[in-house]
Design a binder for this molecule. Structure first.
Ligand code: FPP
Length: 278
């Protein structure tokens, strides 16, 4: 009996919110409640090196492939009208890698910004960079600043790229700012709200969902303050393989979770409140 292969791409009406979708993507999309998507998605994009290694390729090939995944993730979040997406692109600890790799990652980001600016504008995306900007190479500082300025008026998804980022460094940075301001004002107390406004993510909701690819069960110094109540989704899929269907799958899984915020779980609370002692 002849076997007809399933078409890889299903051309749904041009009006599909995700554009051209595969049969699997269309199926997963149907399962989603668009009113219950995370307001802020944070992603630890891990596994580029392993992806390359498995193909006997240099690590940088994994980072290049990972950039394609980042592009798809960004566009999908914009199409789904997710308020904020934060991608962990480079940590303060990543300088420990060989110089050739760190140089490559910086160039990759610059290339991405150069190539993607029209699409970022078309998708109404506003860019923000989180991290110690002053320690980045001059040309990266210039390009990231320009990207923030060029997209500042956009009103859609806020794309935060954590670059030379460390969660502890961010907290210490906020504390120092507060100490200075409180000293000047002769005050000695700080509230959670005041503290949050001194973090790199000021003005954004806390992440509702944190995705980590490639199976590691670690937070790796990422958004330590902000993920207090985030749902955590760890998948074995390596970042370059984390395609749109895998992202939709993560959203479907997230929508099955019951968020309690320290309460006892009556119904599926989505309220981003800060409460003690979960
Ligand atoms: C972790 O994989 C990945 C990184 C340190 C870099 C991630 C950066 C990108 C995907 C490019 C980002 C681009 C944009 C546009 C934001 P790893 O090298 O630690 O993988 P391994 O654990 O398998 O070695």
């Amino acid at each position: 009996m002849s076997h007809t292969p399933q078409p890889k791409t299903l051309h749904v009406a041009a009006s599909h919110p995700l554009g051209t979708v595969t049969a699997e993507e269309a199926y997963l999309f149907e399962k989603l409640d668009l009113n219950q998507l995370p307001r802020h998605l944070a992603v630890i994009m891990d596994g580029n090196g392993r992806w390359a290694q498995r193909r006997h390729l240099p690590r940088i090939a994994g980072h290049k492939a990972g950039t394609e995944t980042a592009r798809t993730t960004i566009e999908t979040c914009a199409r789904l009208k997710i308020e904020a997406l934060t991608l962990y692109a480079f940590s303060v600890e990543n300088w420990r890698r060989p110089k050739a790799e760190t140089d490559f990652l910086m160039q990759l980001l610059r290339e991405y910004l150069r190539q993607e600016m029209p699409l970022l504008q078309k998708n109404n995306i506003r860019m923000r960079f989180l991290g110690r900007a002053d320690e980045l190479p001059e040309e990266v500082q210039r390009d990231t600043r320009e990207a923030e300025i060029e997209t500042a008026k956009n009103t859609g998804t806020v794309l935060c790229v954590a670059l030379n980022y460390g969660g502890r460094a961010e907290i210490v940075h906020a504390v120092n700012q507060i100490l200075q301001e409180k000293k000047n004002a002769g005050q000695a107390q700080v509230t959670e709200e005041e503290f949050a406004e001194k973090m790199y993510t000021a003005g954004l909701p806390d992440p509702d969902l944190l995705i980590r690819t490639s199976g590691e069960m670690r937070v790796s110094n990422f958004l330590l303050w902000q993920i207090a109540y985030a749902e955590i989704y760890v998948t074995e899929t390596l970042w370059p393989d984390f395609n749109r269907a895998r992202l939709l799958e993560a959203f479907v899984d997230y929508q099955k979770r019951e968020r309690r915020y320290g309460g006892i779980g009556e119904g599926k609370s989505r309220k981003p409140v800060r409460a003690a002692g979960e």
